[in-house]
Design a binder for this molecule. Structure first.
Ligand code: CP
Ligand code: NVA
Length: 309
Protein backbone atom coordinates (compact mmCIF):
# COMPACT_ATOMS: atom_id res chain seq x y z
CA UNK A 1 0.00 0.00 0.00
CA UNK A 2 1.43 3.37 -1.02
CA UNK A 3 1.71 5.74 1.94
CA UNK A 4 0.41 9.29 1.49
CA UNK A 5 0.50 12.40 3.71
CA UNK A 6 -2.88 14.03 3.34
CA UNK A 7 -3.47 15.00 6.97
CA UNK A 8 -1.33 15.18 10.10
CA UNK A 9 -2.50 11.85 11.51
CA UNK A 10 -1.37 9.94 8.41
CA UNK A 11 1.85 9.52 10.43
CA UNK A 12 1.58 7.56 13.68
CA UNK A 13 3.25 9.11 16.74
CA UNK A 14 6.32 6.89 16.26
CA UNK A 15 6.46 7.68 12.53
CA UNK A 16 6.12 11.42 13.15
CA UNK A 17 9.03 11.24 15.61
CA UNK A 18 11.06 9.29 13.04
CA UNK A 19 10.43 11.98 10.39
CA UNK A 20 11.34 14.76 12.85
CA UNK A 21 14.56 12.94 13.82
CA UNK A 22 15.46 12.65 10.14
CA UNK A 23 14.60 16.33 9.61
CA UNK A 24 17.11 17.28 12.31
CA UNK A 25 19.78 15.06 10.70
CA UNK A 26 19.11 16.55 7.26
CA UNK A 27 19.34 20.06 8.69
CA UNK A 28 22.79 19.21 10.05
CA UNK A 29 23.87 17.53 6.78
CA UNK A 30 21.75 18.79 3.89
CA UNK A 31 22.99 16.38 1.23
CA UNK A 32 23.11 13.23 3.38
CA UNK A 33 20.28 11.56 1.45
CA UNK A 34 19.91 11.48 -2.35
CA UNK A 35 17.05 9.03 -3.07
CA UNK A 36 15.96 11.00 -6.14
CA UNK A 37 19.41 10.84 -7.78
CA UNK A 38 18.99 10.39 -11.51
CA UNK A 39 17.29 12.79 -11.29
CA UNK A 40 13.78 11.45 -10.61
CA UNK A 41 11.04 14.07 -10.86
CA UNK A 42 8.53 15.05 -8.18
CA UNK A 43 5.42 16.91 -9.38
CA UNK A 44 4.57 19.98 -7.29
CA UNK A 45 1.14 21.34 -8.23
CA UNK A 46 -0.36 24.66 -7.13
CA UNK A 47 -4.00 25.75 -7.22
CA UNK A 48 -3.20 28.65 -4.86
CA UNK A 49 -0.31 31.12 -4.47
CA UNK A 50 2.79 30.15 -2.48
CA UNK A 51 6.24 31.39 -1.57
CA UNK A 52 7.52 29.10 1.21
CA UNK A 53 5.96 25.88 -0.02
CA UNK A 54 7.08 26.42 -3.61
CA UNK A 55 10.65 27.32 -2.60
CA UNK A 56 11.08 24.66 0.08
CA UNK A 57 9.72 21.77 -2.00
CA UNK A 58 11.67 22.89 -5.09
CA UNK A 59 14.91 23.30 -3.15
CA UNK A 60 14.35 20.17 -1.11
CA UNK A 61 13.63 17.94 -4.10
CA UNK A 62 16.78 19.27 -5.81
CA UNK A 63 18.84 18.64 -2.65
CA UNK A 64 17.54 15.05 -2.62
CA UNK A 65 19.03 14.65 -6.11
CA UNK A 66 15.71 15.07 -7.89
CA UNK A 67 13.95 17.39 -10.28
CA UNK A 68 11.05 19.54 -9.04
CA UNK A 69 8.38 19.66 -11.74
CA UNK A 70 6.41 22.69 -10.58
CA UNK A 71 3.05 23.16 -12.31
CA UNK A 72 0.43 25.82 -11.87
CA UNK A 73 -2.73 23.74 -11.84
CA UNK A 74 -4.53 26.52 -13.72
CA UNK A 75 -2.11 25.99 -16.57
CA UNK A 76 -2.62 22.23 -16.59
CA UNK A 77 -5.63 20.20 -17.69
CA UNK A 78 -6.42 19.67 -14.00
CA UNK A 79 -7.47 23.32 -14.02
CA UNK A 80 -9.84 22.61 -16.92
CA UNK A 81 -11.64 19.72 -15.32
CA UNK A 82 -9.51 16.65 -16.06
CA UNK A 83 -10.16 14.37 -13.10
CA UNK A 84 -7.76 13.89 -10.23
CA UNK A 85 -7.73 10.15 -10.92
CA UNK A 86 -6.79 10.55 -14.59
CA UNK A 87 -4.10 13.08 -13.63
CA UNK A 88 -2.69 10.67 -11.04
CA UNK A 89 -2.60 7.82 -13.60
CA UNK A 90 -0.54 9.99 -15.96
CA UNK A 91 1.79 11.43 -13.32
CA UNK A 92 2.54 8.22 -11.39
CA UNK A 93 4.27 6.67 -14.41
CA UNK A 94 6.74 9.53 -14.63
CA UNK A 95 7.26 11.05 -11.18
CA UNK A 96 8.30 9.61 -7.81
CA UNK A 97 5.76 11.62 -5.78
CA UNK A 98 2.99 14.20 -6.17
CA UNK A 99 2.81 17.30 -3.96
CA UNK A 100 -0.39 19.34 -4.32
CA UNK A 101 -1.75 22.61 -2.88
CA UNK A 102 -5.45 22.85 -3.57
CA UNK A 103 -8.87 23.72 -2.17
CA UNK A 104 -11.02 20.82 -0.94
CA UNK A 105 -9.34 17.95 0.90
CA UNK A 106 -11.57 15.62 -1.12
CA UNK A 107 -9.67 16.51 -4.29
CA UNK A 108 -6.40 15.36 -2.71
CA UNK A 109 -8.10 12.22 -1.44
CA UNK A 110 -9.35 11.40 -4.94
CA UNK A 111 -5.80 11.80 -6.27
CA UNK A 112 -4.35 9.59 -3.52
CA UNK A 113 -7.04 6.94 -3.96
CA UNK A 114 -5.56 5.86 -7.29
CA UNK A 115 -1.94 7.07 -7.13
CA UNK A 116 0.77 4.42 -6.74
CA UNK A 117 3.26 7.15 -5.81
CA UNK A 118 3.00 9.13 -2.54
CA UNK A 119 0.65 12.13 -2.56
CA UNK A 120 1.55 14.97 -0.17
CA UNK A 121 -0.75 17.75 1.04
CA UNK A 122 0.95 21.10 0.41
CA UNK A 123 -2.12 22.87 1.96
CA UNK A 124 -5.82 22.41 1.48
CA UNK A 125 -8.73 24.38 2.90
CA UNK A 126 -8.85 21.82 5.75
CA UNK A 127 -5.21 21.01 6.63
CA UNK A 128 -1.60 22.20 6.27
CA UNK A 129 0.28 19.20 7.68
CA UNK A 130 3.71 19.93 6.15
CA UNK A 131 3.67 23.29 7.92
CA UNK A 132 2.93 21.68 11.27
CA UNK A 133 5.77 19.18 10.80
CA UNK A 134 8.10 22.18 10.39
CA UNK A 135 6.50 23.85 13.41
CA UNK A 136 7.04 20.73 15.53
CA UNK A 137 10.67 20.59 14.41
CA UNK A 138 11.04 24.22 15.49
CA UNK A 139 9.50 23.61 18.91
CA UNK A 140 11.73 20.57 19.40
CA UNK A 141 14.79 22.67 18.59
CA UNK A 142 13.79 25.36 21.07
CA UNK A 143 12.52 23.14 23.89
CA UNK A 144 14.32 19.84 23.36
CA UNK A 145 11.10 17.80 23.39
CA UNK A 146 7.43 17.96 22.41
CA UNK A 147 5.28 15.62 24.48
CA UNK A 148 3.56 17.37 27.38
CA UNK A 149 4.22 20.92 26.15
CA UNK A 150 1.28 23.31 25.82
CA UNK A 151 0.51 25.06 22.52
CA UNK A 152 -2.15 27.74 22.14
CA UNK A 153 -3.40 28.78 18.73
CA UNK A 154 -5.20 32.13 18.64
CA UNK A 155 -7.43 33.41 15.83
CA UNK A 156 -9.27 31.72 12.98
CA UNK A 157 -10.07 28.35 14.54
CA UNK A 158 -11.83 27.09 11.42
CA UNK A 159 -8.85 27.23 9.08
CA UNK A 160 -6.26 24.72 7.90
CA UNK A 161 -3.61 25.74 10.46
CA UNK A 162 -5.96 25.41 13.43
CA UNK A 163 -7.01 21.95 12.26
CA UNK A 164 -3.44 20.83 11.64
CA UNK A 165 -2.23 22.13 15.03
CA UNK A 166 -5.02 20.15 16.70
CA UNK A 167 -4.30 16.96 14.78
CA UNK A 168 -0.51 17.15 14.41
CA UNK A 169 -0.12 18.46 17.96
CA UNK A 170 -2.16 15.53 19.26
CA UNK A 171 0.08 13.09 17.38
CA UNK A 172 3.10 14.73 19.07
CA UNK A 173 1.48 14.49 22.54
CA UNK A 174 1.05 18.25 22.93
CA UNK A 175 -1.68 19.90 24.96
CA UNK A 176 -3.30 21.99 22.22
CA UNK A 177 -5.66 24.85 23.01
CA UNK A 178 -7.57 26.50 20.16
CA UNK A 179 -8.93 29.94 21.12
CA UNK A 180 -11.28 31.35 18.49
CA UNK A 181 -14.46 33.41 18.26
CA UNK A 182 -17.78 31.56 18.17
CA UNK A 183 -18.03 32.39 14.47
CA UNK A 184 -14.77 30.59 13.61
CA UNK A 185 -14.52 27.48 15.76
CA UNK A 186 -12.79 24.36 14.42
CA UNK A 187 -14.62 21.58 12.59
CA UNK A 188 -15.98 19.36 15.41
CA UNK A 189 -15.12 16.24 13.39
CA UNK A 190 -11.44 17.26 13.34
CA UNK A 191 -11.47 17.93 17.09
CA UNK A 192 -13.05 14.53 17.78
CA UNK A 193 -10.41 12.88 15.59
CA UNK A 194 -7.60 14.84 17.32
CA UNK A 195 -8.91 13.94 20.78
CA UNK A 196 -8.91 10.25 19.87
CA UNK A 197 -5.24 10.58 18.88
CA UNK A 198 -4.44 12.60 22.03
CA UNK A 199 -5.97 9.90 24.22
CA UNK A 200 -3.24 7.56 23.00
CA UNK A 201 -0.32 10.03 23.14
CA UNK A 202 -1.05 11.67 26.50
CA UNK A 203 -1.84 14.99 24.84
CA UNK A 204 -5.12 16.90 24.86
CA UNK A 205 -7.14 19.23 22.67
CA UNK A 206 -9.37 21.97 24.05
CA UNK A 207 -11.42 24.59 22.24
CA UNK A 208 -12.44 27.89 23.83
CA UNK A 209 -13.44 31.45 22.98
CA UNK A 210 -11.40 32.80 25.93
CA UNK A 211 -8.12 33.99 24.40
CA UNK A 212 -6.66 35.33 27.65
CA UNK A 213 -7.22 32.11 29.61
CA UNK A 214 -5.89 30.01 26.73
CA UNK A 215 -2.58 31.94 26.67
CA UNK A 216 -1.98 31.57 30.41
CA UNK A 217 1.42 29.96 31.12
CA UNK A 218 1.60 28.36 27.69
CA UNK A 219 4.88 27.08 26.14
CA UNK A 220 4.03 27.86 22.48
CA UNK A 221 1.81 30.58 21.03
CA UNK A 222 0.75 30.35 17.39
CA UNK A 223 -1.50 32.24 15.04
CA UNK A 224 -2.29 32.56 11.34
CA UNK A 225 -3.84 35.05 8.95
CA UNK A 226 -7.47 35.98 9.53
CA UNK A 227 -8.11 35.79 5.78
CA UNK A 228 -7.04 32.50 4.22
CA UNK A 229 -6.55 31.97 0.50
CA UNK A 230 -9.87 31.56 -1.23
CA UNK A 231 -11.76 33.58 1.42
CA UNK A 232 -13.14 37.01 0.72
CA UNK A 233 -11.77 39.69 3.04
CA UNK A 234 -14.94 40.20 5.04
CA UNK A 235 -14.58 43.07 7.58
CA UNK A 236 -17.53 41.74 9.59
CA UNK A 237 -15.94 38.29 9.93
CA UNK A 238 -12.47 39.59 10.79
CA UNK A 239 -13.81 42.16 13.31
CA UNK A 240 -14.64 39.24 15.62
CA UNK A 241 -10.97 38.20 15.59
CA UNK A 242 -9.51 41.36 17.21
CA UNK A 243 -9.45 39.91 20.80
CA UNK A 244 -7.50 36.91 19.48
CA UNK A 245 -4.50 38.87 18.20
CA UNK A 246 -1.09 37.47 19.18
CA UNK A 247 0.15 40.67 20.76
CA UNK A 248 2.38 41.71 23.67
CA UNK A 249 -0.45 41.08 26.15
CA UNK A 250 -0.79 37.47 24.98
CA UNK A 251 2.97 36.94 25.24
CA UNK A 252 2.96 38.44 28.75
CA UNK A 253 0.39 35.82 29.84
CA UNK A 254 2.43 32.93 28.42
CA UNK A 255 5.57 31.29 29.85
CA UNK A 256 8.61 33.60 29.93
CA UNK A 257 10.37 31.58 27.25
CA UNK A 258 7.26 31.10 25.08
CA UNK A 259 7.99 30.12 21.48
CA UNK A 260 5.99 32.23 19.00
CA UNK A 261 5.03 30.59 15.71
CA UNK A 262 3.37 31.92 12.56
CA UNK A 263 3.36 29.93 9.32
CA UNK A 264 3.63 33.20 7.31
CA UNK A 265 2.72 35.28 5.41
CA UNK A 266 2.00 37.51 8.43
CA UNK A 267 -0.07 40.67 8.60
CA UNK A 268 1.49 42.88 11.27
CA UNK A 269 -1.11 44.76 13.28
CA UNK A 270 -3.80 42.20 12.43
CA UNK A 271 -3.39 38.63 13.74
CA UNK A 272 0.09 39.38 15.19
CA UNK A 273 1.74 42.57 16.39
CA UNK A 274 4.99 43.71 14.81
CA UNK A 275 6.63 43.72 18.27
CA UNK A 276 5.82 40.02 18.76
CA UNK A 277 6.60 38.85 15.21
CA UNK A 278 9.95 40.65 15.25
CA UNK A 279 10.58 40.16 18.99
CA UNK A 280 12.81 37.84 21.05
CA UNK A 281 10.29 34.99 21.40
CA UNK A 282 9.58 34.74 17.68
CA UNK A 283 10.82 31.58 15.95
CA UNK A 284 9.16 32.32 12.62
CA UNK A 285 12.28 32.45 10.42
CA UNK A 286 13.56 29.12 11.77
CA UNK A 287 10.02 27.82 11.27
CA UNK A 288 10.04 28.91 7.63
CA UNK A 289 13.48 27.34 7.07
CA UNK A 290 12.35 24.11 8.68
CA UNK A 291 9.79 23.64 5.91
CA UNK A 292 12.79 22.59 3.81
CA UNK A 293 14.19 20.07 6.28
CA UNK A 294 10.87 18.62 7.48
CA UNK A 295 9.56 18.12 3.94
CA UNK A 296 12.80 16.54 2.75
CA UNK A 297 12.57 14.12 5.67
CA UNK A 298 8.93 13.39 4.87
CA UNK A 299 9.75 12.72 1.22
CA UNK A 300 12.68 10.46 2.10
CA UNK A 301 10.43 8.54 4.51
CA UNK A 302 7.52 8.18 2.05
CA UNK A 303 9.77 7.33 -0.91
CA UNK A 304 11.59 4.62 1.07
CA UNK A 305 8.23 2.98 1.79
CA UNK A 306 7.51 3.09 -1.93
CA UNK A 307 10.80 1.41 -2.89
CA UNK A 308 12.70 4.62 -3.83
CA UNK A 309 15.92 4.81 -1.77
N1 CP B 1 3.40 28.97 5.14
C1 CP B 1 3.19 28.74 3.82
O1 CP B 1 2.68 27.68 3.42
O2 CP B 1 3.59 29.74 3.01
P1 CP B 1 3.33 29.88 1.44
O3 CP B 1 1.85 30.11 1.26
O4 CP B 1 4.16 31.04 1.03
O5 CP B 1 3.74 28.60 0.77
N1 NVA C 1 -4.46 29.73 6.48
C1 NVA C 1 -3.61 30.26 5.45
C2 NVA C 1 -2.26 29.62 5.48
C3 NVA C 1 -1.28 30.18 4.49
C4 NVA C 1 0.03 29.45 4.46
C5 NVA C 1 -4.26 30.10 4.09
O1 NVA C 1 -4.83 29.02 3.84
O2 NVA C 1 -4.23 31.04 3.30
Amino acid sequence: MTRHFLADDDLSPAEQAEVLDLAARLKADRFAQRPLEGPRAVAVLFDKPSTRTRVSFSTGIAELGGFPLVLEAAGSQLGRGETEADTARVLERQVAAIVWRTFEQARLERMAAVSRVPVVNALTDEFHPCQVLADLQTVRERRGSLAGATLTYLGDGANNMAHSYALGGAVAGLHVRIAAPASAQPDPAVITRARAVAAATGGSVTVTDDAAAAAEGVDVLATDTWVSMGQEDDPVRTAAFAPYALDEAAVARAAGDVVVLHCLPAYRGKEISAAVLDGPNSAVWDEAENRLHAQKALLVWLLARNGVE
